[in-house]
Design a protein around this ligand. Structure first.
Ligand SMILES: Cc1cc2nc3c(=O)[nH]c(=O)nc-3n(C[C@H](O)[C@H](O)[C@H](O)COP(=O)(O)OP(=O)(O)OC[C@H]3O[C@@H](n4cnc5c(N)ncnc54)[C@H](O)[C@@H]3O)c2cc1C
Length: 373
């Protein structure tokens, strides 16, 4: 008899499973996909959408459309938690959905560890779709303030913060608008977890454009019109971008299910919960027991074929396949203005070629999966 597979979230790690829904349903199984939006946005192109390089429709995948096209069910809702004993997922509306197997690809979120005054204009860098609203807000503000300098603050010192700052600069330039003040609050130092050569390159790319980088200070509070640092200073600000890293969704901690130290769903080498074998997961929301993985889309993408194989194999009592994270991945940061910073192992390159390569890889990824639509 057919079984019921629930795909919780339609993120990067579920793409191949979504592409192969007919392979699952033709064997008599049912599939339900649950997610808060009809679309899934490709994060690698998010900063480029902010900077105006990409339109929203170029960087998103029509999840609902594809699911329904293949005769499966799509529920547009947030998953709140899971009852692994009863094998049900609980939705925000209070509804429940039971499963024989469930796969989580619900991503990560920017923690709200910083005090934020109510009404403060803050845009966390995730979910990615919010960067489109942020773009409208920034362009509106730049267009309406002919005298006053618009001040844009980016809180965070990692790759996402650099990409956001660089693309805010590009956005203003593209529209021929009065240049805003862009200030990056980088904490201890910009790109602190990267080799010095990358750190220096990112710093120079931003500062050469007049972007201010504030180091050795931590943001303690975001008010409606200012960013406060632990040094007691108030920095006037019109819009704030929050890029202080990401944490897995709190779903698993709330569900009393085994997690890794970061709160991600603990999975073994088959991307399967060791505690509840009918629970699988991929992407930013998991903690891979064998080797903790960076929260980068590259791993979510690499997990795709293994997740698809294992979900179907589990439904049909066939052997599972182990996931191999593979060798060190290629990183390219989109610094705006057509410039990229590329890193692979010891190799480093900065310039237009790096951006063009990223653009090619990202567009190819989108083209491959948008073709299913
Ligand atoms: C600005 C920025 C730029 C980045 N650039 C790159 C890059 O160039 N290369 C790279 O490798 N990595 C990049 N990353 C990291 C990358 O975003 C993540 O590693 C990647 O998004 C992980 O994919 P995912 O599918 O696990 O999560 P997500 O992309 O976050 O997808 C999760 C999905 O689950 C859905 N969802 C969320 N909560 C729920 C819920 N409660 N119930 C149901 N559904 C839910 C969401 O709607 C979404 O569709 C970047 C990150 C940021 C913030």
């Amino acid at each position: 008899m057919g079984k019921h597979l629930v795909l919780a979230g339609g993120g990067h790690a579920h793409m191949v499973t979504l592409q192969n829904l007919p392979q699952i349903t033709k064997r008599g199984h049912q599939v339900t996909v649950i997610g808060p939006s009809d679309f899934h946005y490709y994060s690698g192109m998010g900063p480029g959408m902010l900077g105006g390089t990409y339109k929203p429709e170029e960087i998103r995948f029509k999840t609902r459309h594809v699911v329904e096209k293949y005769g499966c069910k799509f529920i547009r809702e947030y998953i709140k938690k899971i009852d692994p004993q009863k094998k049900v997922v609980m939705l925000e509306s209070g509804k429940t959905v039971s499963y024989d197997a469930v796969s989580f690809n619900v991503g990560s979120r920017v923690p709200r560890d910083i005090l934020i005054e109510e009404g403060a204009p803050v845009f966390p860098v995730k979910p990615i779709e919010q960067l489109h609203d942020a773009k409208q807000k920034v362009t509106g503000l730049l267009a309406s303030s002919s005298e006053k300098n618009v001040i844009l603050s980016v809180v965070g010192g990692g790759p996402a913060a650099c990409e956001i700052a660089g693309n805010l600069f590009q956005l203003a330039k593209r529209h021929g608008m009065k240049e805003p003040v862009i200030r990056v609050f980088a904490g201890k130092k910009l790109m602190a977890h990267f080799p010095d050569i990358i750190r220096r390159s990112a710093y120079k790319t931003l500062s050469d454009r007049g972007i201010e980088i504030i180091e050795q200070k931590y943001v303690s509070e975001i008010k409606q019109t200012a960013v406060m640092t632990d040094s007691g200073e108030a920095w006037p600000s019109d819009i704030v971008f929050l890029a202080i890293g990401v944490k897995p969704t709190p779903i698993f901690r709330k569900s009393v299910i085994e997690t890794g130290p970061d709160g991600g769903l603990l999975v073994n080498r088959f991307l399967q919960s060791p505690q509840y074998p009918e629970i699988f997961g991929g992407g930013d929301c998991i903690y891979f027991k064998e080797k903790p993985l960076d929260k980068v889309g590259v791993y979510a993408v690499r997990e795709n074929p293994v997740l698809f194989h294992n979900l179907l194999a589990f439904l049909e009592d066939r052997p599972l396949m182990p996931f191999d994270p593979g060798e060190e991945y290629l990183l390219i940061f989109n610094m705006g203005g057509g410039i990229g910073i590329l890193k692979k192992k010891w190799f480093f390159y900065q310039g237009k070629g790096a951006f063009l390569l990223k653009d090619f890889i990202d567009r190819r990824f989108m083209k491959k999966f948008q073709a299913i639509e």
